[in-house]
Design a binder for this molecule. Structure first.
Ligand SMILES: Nc1ncnc2c1ncn2[C@@H]1O[C@H](COP(=O)(O)OP(=O)(O)OP(=O)(O)O)[C@@H](O)[C@H]1O
Length: 358
């Protein structure tokens, strides 16, 4: 039936109470269904939704573990919080770093002391950890280890930020995430924001920069400057790079404390070898000084690989010799069988021999 076919009285009569309530209920149901359908469609279309949910879960667990409870975090702060490292569970400490005593002592005085002894000069704008620290030097020389051990020694929370966390996002998301890095760090302070390969994220500005990248860099610097406004803020940005010449000079200026973590010299290599091989079953014939002298140009990471290779070589050598021995025995057995002889009894190759004896 069409609208115009309805009797005039039916249209003009006032609505009954039941009809009004019924209409309201239908409208409410329709409204709710529309809201949830749109929400579901938006979530289904958002490619970062799954990632966000996982980050949220991880962040909640981490925050609980590091004892930060009752702090309300935004969705973006949650995302950043998933990159948090608990200083208590951090495995790296000063004892795991060899040959870098000078840098460690300097870090103790300039960075860790102001964090640890903050109470001695509360309110002082001068007795503060530097707002920025740069560790630079060739790859594999211990920059990341130093950053982690600094956080552990100072009792700071540690946000291990990858440049891609901020740059891979959709347009507009990067800026919200950048803001979240600093707001989260302030909420959970004392905190170290560590950026590995800082040159890939905050490199020399050029006219070729994408607009979003340029804006993010400017925003990062202004938020960083904002840390200075309060003398009680205990947040520090620590960057590591292999290419300091590629870092934006404006960023370098914000990192007054710089540490060169160079390739180890002979004495340092010997110390690193000693540390890596501590607890291993070493032959008396091994002379660490001699190995240190022969490994000019090796980084700490190269030395660890060298030792790992040597350990693997020993096992590989043992397995290969064992296989050769079995093949030789099988040949011998088949030759004996051919000659109609009974194989020699009691020879067992499954018994494991000490590789040293081979
Ligand atoms: N001084 C050192 N003492 C003990 N181990 C070291 C030292 N330097 C490097 N290593 C070994 O090398 C590995 C790599 O070190 P790390 O990641 O800190 O280097 P990096 O300078 O940050 O390198 P990259 O620039 O590639 O990130 C460490 O896990 C450690 O095993």
């Amino acid at each position: 039936m069409l609208f115009k076919d309805l009797p005039r009285e039916a249209l003009m009569r006032p609505l009954s109470r039941n009809e009004v309530v019924g209409m309201l209920v239908r409208l409410t149901i329709f409204g709710a269904a529309t809201y949830y359908s749109i929400k579901w469609v938006v979530e289904a279309m958002d490619p970062t939704c799954k990632q966000k949910n996982q980050a949220k879960k991880r962040a909640e667990q981490l925050m609980k573990r590091i004892g930060v409870e009752g702090v309300k975090l935004t969705e973006y702060e949650m995302n950043i919080a998933s990159h948090l490292v608990d200083p208590q569970t951090m495995k790296v400490s000063w004892r795991d770093i060899a040959g870098l005593d000078e840098i460690i002592n300097e870090l103790q005085d300039t960075v860790i002391l102001p964090f640890q002894k903050r109470h001695l000069l509360t309110g002082s704008k001068l007795f503060q950890p530097p707002k920025g620290v740069l560790l630079f030097g060739p790859p594999g020389c211990g920059k990341t280890m130093i950053a982690k051990a600094t956080a552990k020694a100072s009792g700071c929370k540690f946000i291990n930020l990858q440049a891609s966390t901020l740059t891979d996002m959709w347009y507009g998301e990067s800026q919200k995430l950048t803001a979240a890095v600093f707001s989260l760090a302030v909420k959970i302070q004392p905190c170290i924001i560590f950026i590995d390969e800082i040159e890939s994220f905050l490199r020399n500005r050029s006219s070729l920069d994408h607009e979003a990248t340029a804006m993010m860099k400017a925003q990062f610097m202004s938020l960083w400057d904002g840390l200075d406004t309060s003398s009680t803020t205990q947040v520090m940005v620590m960057g590591a790079t292999n290419r300091p010449q590629d870092v934006d000079p404006a960023i370098l200026r914000r990192m007054p404390a710089t540490f060169h973590v160079g390739l180890p010299n002979v004495r340092q290599r010997q110390d690193i070898l000693k540390l890596i091989l501590a607890g291993e079953n070493l032959s008396n014939a091994i002379n660490l000084k001699e190995i240190a002298e022969k490994t000019e140009g090796y980084s700490g990471s190269d030395l660890r690989e060298l030792c790992r290779d040597a350990a693997m070589y020993r096992v590989r050598d043992y397995v290969r010799k064992e296989q050769m021995r079995q093949i030789a025995q099988q040949l011998q057995d088949s030759q004996d069988e051919e000659k109609g002889k009974i194989p020699v009894a009691g020879v067992s190759f499954s018994s494991c021999q000490d590789p040293e004896e081979i």
